[in-house]
Design a protein around this ligand. Structure first.
Ligand code: FE2
Length: 493
């Protein structure tokens, strides 16, 4: 017996076949057909590929290329942490896109980061973690129920089931804001919603760093304390990816980053193109030894943007070390797994004040953008840690707006030259970006947003460059549309 949401989770997860060891990829880099050929030549074919959000035509192409192999879906744009999302998703383009993508891939799950790039009207290129509060968890749970209900209604798979929503522990973070611990946050979500979870080992390592816990305990102790509270019986997939010092911190022109760079403890963040450090496999061994990990269906290396030879090398090692994990699971008695399920819980109706949570997220957005100071209970409780907040504000965030996912100097060379001649520093664009909240009017695409905002910025600060910036913008948009249209189809069985 268990709560309604847990029974619902178990009903869904039991339908999902074991996926085994896989690779999580962006279909554009590396090229999946070529990667699969190399893995087959090395005699380590993956059990599945998890594919990141992209155009339907590219997903169809991958579906053809991999034959009968499992494909799963890593979504984007469903900002599930945000209270304003509740009740407004039915007609949203993002959910329609996700359903289309899930059906093309015939994916058993919809994995989405429990994080956001769109916060209280402010847009970011990379994810921000949720506010770790009880109300924040209740809001995620409501959204998760809503997404799962819509998937059940509108996304039937060929095998008769519907994809299970999985929420992944947030990536690439520099601070913790909230009043409860991260594992408790996920426990509250799973008590109220039938979703599964993705435990990302590299993300967990970064929590050890940015939460400041590395100063007071060993990694092994930190992991054990975390896992003891985390709802491991909801973990359906595990991710392992590379870690590295972020490129913005390596910039010699960033003196603020020096303390982090010089530290004996590496200031790594999630970096899918970087080699996977061995410490993550020590952590994975510890995770796999936990008896409550009863519903694991797949483990994937996240390798988007990584050189193909390195992927094959890392996957061969991964395969050798962990293939037996799934062989064991295959013969385990399902009844014994069920006996280990969660104890009975009451279904809790969320009672939080949505307006108060929306205001807390608005404060949060302004704090991380450097427009407000980190004050209030989310920033002052024992759980909060913002040692790296200034680094995020002064190095990471400007880098994201000016360089990440499209360098504005490369995108708009003529406009930037004109701005330099007029003594307008590009740092002004960062201030312009976060000057006021803006409602999204289209599917979230940071690159297209960057083009749109830069045109507005130039028109405001240098009206004489309006024609130049419009012309440059149109050229980029055309190139972007062309680049997102796949041309090649090669079947690999
Ligand atoms: Fe991940």
């Amino acid at each position: 017996m268990g709560s309604l949401s847990h029974q619902e989770f178990l009903r869904r997860v039991r339908r999902i076949p074991l996926h085994g060891l896989g690779l999580s990829v962006d279909v554009h880099a590396p090229e999946v057909a070529s990667l699969l050929r190399s893995l087959q030549a090395r005699q380590v074919p993956p059990g599945y590929f998890e594919v990141f959000y992209t155009e339907p035509a590219a997903l169809r192409m991958v579906r053809e290329q991999v034959g009968q192999r499992f494909l799963t879906y890593h979504g984007e744009g469903l900002w599930i942490t945000q209270p304003e999302m509740t009740g407004s998703w039915a007609g949203r383009q993002e959910l329609d896109d996700a359903i289309t993508h899930l059906q093309i891939l015939q994916s058993s799950w919809l994995n989405h980061e429990c994080a956001t790039k769109y916060l209280a009207g402010y847009s970011y290129g990379t994810y921000l973690p949720p506010l770790y509060t009880r109300a924040g968890a209740e809001s995620v749970a409501e959204n998760a129920w809503q997404v799962q209900t819509l998937l059940d209604q509108r996304c039937e798979l060929v095998n008769g089931g519907t994809p299970l929503l999985l929420l992944e522990m947030p990536p690439l973070t520099y601070f913790v804001a909230g009043t409860i611990q991260i594992p408790e946050f996920f426990r509250l979500i799973t008590e109220r919603a039938p979703c599964g979870l993705v435990l990302d080992v590299g993300h967990l390592w970064t929590v050890f760093r940015y939460s400041g816990r590395h100063r007071t305990r060993s990694l092994e102790k930190f992991v054990q304390v975390f896992l003891d509270e985390f709802p491991l019986d909801r973990v359906v997939e595990i991710h392992v990816a590379g870690l590295a010092i972020h490129e913005s911190w390596q910039d010699a022109a960033s003196p603020q980053a020096r303390p982090a760079m010089d530290s004996a403890f590496p200031a790594w963040t999630d970096a899918h193109a970087a080699p996977i450090p061995p410490v993550l496999f020590d952590m994975l061994d510890q995770i796999l030894s936990q008896p409550r990990l009863t519903n694991l269906k797949g483990m994937a290396l996240e390798v988007d943007m990584k050189p193909e030879e390195l992927i094959v090398e890392e996957f061969a090692t991964f395969d050798q070390r962990y293939l037996s994990v799934f062989r064991r699971m295959h013969v385990e008695d399902r009844e014994s797994l069920e006996r280990e399920a969660q104890p009975a819980r009451e279904q809790v109706t969320s009672s939080h004040d949505k307006q108060a949570l929306a205001e807390a997220y608005d404060r949060y957005a302004r704090v991380v953008a450097g427009r407000a100071e980190p004050l209030g209970e989310e920033w002052s409780g024992g759980q909060a840690c913002f040692d790296e907040l200034d680094l995020y504000r002064s190095v990471y965030l400007p880098y994201e707006i000016l360089h990440w996912g499209g360098d504005v100097r490369d995108m708009f060379p003529e406009s930037c030259r004109g701005l330099t001649e007029m003594h307008v520093p590009l740092a002004e664009f960062v201030r312009f970006w976060f000057r006021e909240p803006r409602q999204l009017v289209a599917t979230y695409d940071f690159f297209l947003l960057k083009i749109e905002r830069f045109v507005e910025f130039v028109r405001e600060v240098a009206p004489t460059l309006a024609e130049v910036v419009e012309r440059e913008a149109e050229g980029i948009r055309q190139g972007y549309r062309a680049a997102n249209t796949p041309h090649v189809s090669t079947q690999v069985s």
